[in-house]
Design a protein around this ligand. Structure first.
Ligand code: DAH
Length: 345
């Protein structure tokens, strides 16, 4: 019995040691075979235990002890070999996954803000600093808000189908951001100080200075006792903030149906300082916006009593300001999304 056990032990340990020369994953499988063949239900050591009934009763404890010792020794050897192989497998996997940090990295190109957006944020910053709130209105607008409520009569040339994208008789793509004035007055009680930037649409052919879709920034103030002096002071401050402290402004009488009186504002050419150059076409001045005192009819239609309140409004083309600021000579460049152009700003 003793020799038999010794034989099993020696065979098992030898098989286990041999295993260590095999490839780890195959060896792991074979280790399991060794376990089953020796320690399993039909294993060799189990067979020895079954033979205990033939051992003399007084020898049984001693033989039992020997069987247990042999079993423990083989189990320990199996466990040790298994751990070693698992470690080898892990190391092999890590080696296979290794990253070569010396390879040149992929170029990571980071985008940035569009010139139009840089200018919009600058304009917003200036007006928010003066207490204005930035609001939005719909791009698909009712004829009523785009024209009628702004005192633009039915037969006005601005309503011509040549200039406006109609969806049906009542609904159109807004041709200006001015309808947001009316929407804001309907929703809010004065005092109102609002800035409404957004996309507008006109049935124009594309060229260096026209696009069927462009952007405007609308502004409006309504309160008690607002005068044309407030309008001039505000827009002068704005121009100085945007183009520098030396900038001068000039107001020329103009006509808009929704303001009375109305004006266009020019700024002294920031290229030549007003002397006249190629940039300002020798004028010394550059027109940047339309403005005026909100027409009493418009106030009344929007539910505001013109006897109690007055206000001013202004509207400017965002693209025009971007083109001037960055000295870009073709508006189409702002829409083509050519990275070679955009990355210059
Ligand atoms: N909506 C006008 C346009 O598209 C611009 C404008 C002029 C807006 C005078 C105003 C304003 O608010 O007071 O030409």
């Amino acid at each position: 019995m003793k020799e038999k056990l010794e034989q099993i032990r020696a065979k098992a340990l030898e098989q286990i040691t041999q295993m260590e020369d095999h490839e780890a994953s195959a060896a792991l499988e074979k280790l399991n075979d060794v376990r089953v063949n020796i320690l399993g239900k039909k294993g060799e050591l189990t067979a020895v235990l079954k033979g205990m009934k033939d051992v003399a009763p007084e020898d049984r404890p001693k033989v039992g002890q020997m069987v247990n010792d042999t079993r423990a020794e083989i189990e320990a050897a199996l466990e040790k070999a298994k751990k070693k192989m698992e470690r080898a497998l892990r190391e092999a996997a890590m080696k296979a996954e290794v990253i070569d940090v010396t390879l040149p990295a992929k170029k990571n190109t980071v985008g940035h803000r569009h010139p139009n957006f840089i200018v919009l944020e600058e304009v917003e910053r200036i007006f928010v600093g003066m207490g204005y709130e930035v609001v939005e209105g719909p791009e698909i607008e009712k004829d009523y808000y785009n024209f009628e409520a702004l005192n633009i009569p039915a037969d006005h040339p601005a309503k011509d189908e040549q200039d406006t994208f109609y969806i049906n008789g009542d609904i159109l793509l807004r041709t200006q951001t001015s309808p947001v004035q009316v929407r804001t007055m309907e929703q809010k009680k004065p005092p109102i100080r609002m800035l409404a930037p957004g996309r507008v649409f006109r049935s124009d052919e594309v060229d260096a200075t026209h696009s069927p879709s462009f952007h405007q920034i609308e502004g409006m103030v309504i309160d008690k006792g607002i005068t044309f002096a407030d309008l001039k002071g505000t827009l002068q401050e704005f121009a100085k903030e945007l183009y520098g402290p030396k900038t001068k402004v000039k107001f020329r009488p103009h006509h808009f149906p929704f303001t009375e009186p109305s004006a266009e504002m020019d700024v002294s050419c920031f290229k030549c300082g007003g002397k006249g150059c190629r940039f300002c076409k020798g004028e010394g001045w550059i027109e940047i916006l339309g403005c005026g005192m909100v027409h009493p009819k418009v106030l009344r239609m929007s539910g505001i009593d013109p006897e109690e309140y007055s206000g001013f409004a202004f509207g400017m083309g965002l693209e025009r300001i971007s083109l001037l600021k960055y000295e870009i000579d073709d508006m189409r460049l702002l829409y083509e999304n050519d990275v070679r152009f955009l990355k210059q700003f």
